[in-house]
Write a protein that binds this ligand. Structure first.
Ligand code: NAP
Length: 340
């Protein structure tokens, strides 16, 4: 017997519980929680599980999906799977979706498959659009600053990409503040203001705060979007009692190394977990709430490996306020494990 899968029909209440924040001084708002496809959406994940997570997210008002050319594994696989989602579920809802992709890290061999040249950015976005089965993306990012390519070349490529209609907005990721300021100025002078600045920011990695990128994005009229808000899973209950076999840390060649789990790290995470419990939250929820408590943060991009994790994380929205004492406790507990 042939099983016919029912056509996806999103929840009619999908915009009732999510909050949306404006990206800087633009006309566009995005959900405070966005879904990232760096891990868990590549070729090793069954399409059924990918669909379940993406559908659940959209049903709850998460209409911003964050991708990049090389998300996988293998490189390109997350975009290909997103293309499958477009075909089987999301096509009728294209105008309700805010989809990003990026180029700037290694993608294909040779001198034109990495960094920030016009040659790379233009070709990469064309490939991304094909994989994702899209005519345009909502935002295209320069994924990192390239010290060897003139900044003007990278920025002009972004400007031209918008002029060509292949992206509606552009963004920057991982730019040092000095180069970031020049990039914002170039884009604004060419009437393509930067919509979002994207960097890692969470309870234990404060770099964009201490290095000035959060304040700079606000000053230049861009929104700030945090990636790895859970420090790849460290700021959850995942590693409090060992390393689960199905976790990111246990995967071969993982981006999350086992040696970060020092006794100091574990002690601090356990303390934070207890504090979260006193707030009636999981550690993951408290870590997300802490970010959303900062009105300069437009959105946080979560990565999840299951619908249950998404469900858990969405509950963070129910309690994003902190007492002064709770904030002080978070500072004290995280001080020994803060990275930058
Ligand atoms: N611009 C850039 O350079 C850049 C760099 C990195 C990431 N990003 C973007 O940011 C997105 C998010 O990054 P990330 O995946 O590192 O984010 P993250 O939210 O810090 O970590 C996600 C991982 O945390 C674990 N997790 C999530 N919710 C959980 C819960 N409720 N309970 C227990 N564990 C939970 C899962 O680990 P398990 O897999 O072990 O279950 C999940 O894979 C990426 O997908 C990408 O879109 C951008």
């Amino acid at each position: 017997m042939i099983m016919i899968e029912p056509v996806y029909s999103p929840s009619t209440s999908r915009y009732e519980t999510m909050a949306y924040r404006r990206c800087g001084r633009s006309g566009v708002k995005i959900p405070v929680l966005s879904l990232g496809l760096w891990h868990n959406f590549g070729s090793y994940k069954p399409l059924q599980e990918i669909k379940a997570m993406a559908h659940y997210a959209f049903d709850k008002g998460i209409c911003h999906f964050d991708l990049a050319n090389n998300y996988g594994p293998e490189y390109g696989a997350a975009e290909e799977n997103f293309g499958r989602l477009m075909e089987c579920s999301f096509r009728p809802y294209r105008d309700e979706l805010f989809i990003s992709t990026k180029a700037g890290w290694d993608m294909w061999p040779g001198p034109y498959g990495n960094w920030g040249s016009r040659k790379y950015l233009m070709a990469s976005l064309d490939q991304s659009l094909k994989r994702m089965k899209l005519d345009y993306v909502d935002i295209f990012y320069s994924h990192r600053w390239d010290p060897e390519t003139p900044l003007e070349e990278t920025m002009q490529a972004l400007v031209d990409i918008v002029r060509q209609g292949k992206a509606l907005y552009v963004g920057l990721s991982r730019y040092p503040a000095e180069q970031g300021r020049k990039a914002y100025d170039y884009l604004a002078a060419h009437d393509v203001p930067c919509l979002l600045y994207q960097d890692r920011y969470n309870i234990i990695d404060r770099a964009p705060q201490s290095h000035g990128q959060i304040d700079l994005s606000a000053e230049c009229g861009a929104g700030f979007i945090s990636f790895s808000p859970l420090q790849q899973g460290l700021l959850t209950g995942r590693y409090l009692n060992g390393i689960p076999a199905d976790s990111r840390m246990a995967r071969r060649g993982s981006s999350l190394r086992e040696d970060v789990l020092s006794p100091t790290m574990l002690g601090a995470l356990k303390g934070l977990n207890e504090l979260a419990g006193m707030r009636g939250q999981s550690l993951a929820q408290m870590a997300l709430s802490w970010l959303l408590n900062d009105s300069r943060v437009t959105s946080v991009i979560i990565g999840t490996s299951s619908v249950a994790q998404l469900e858990d994380n969405l509950k963070a929205l129910g309690n994003t306020a902190f007492s002064d004492e709770e904030l002080r406790r978070i500072e004290d507990l995280s001080a020994p494990i803060q990275l930058r």
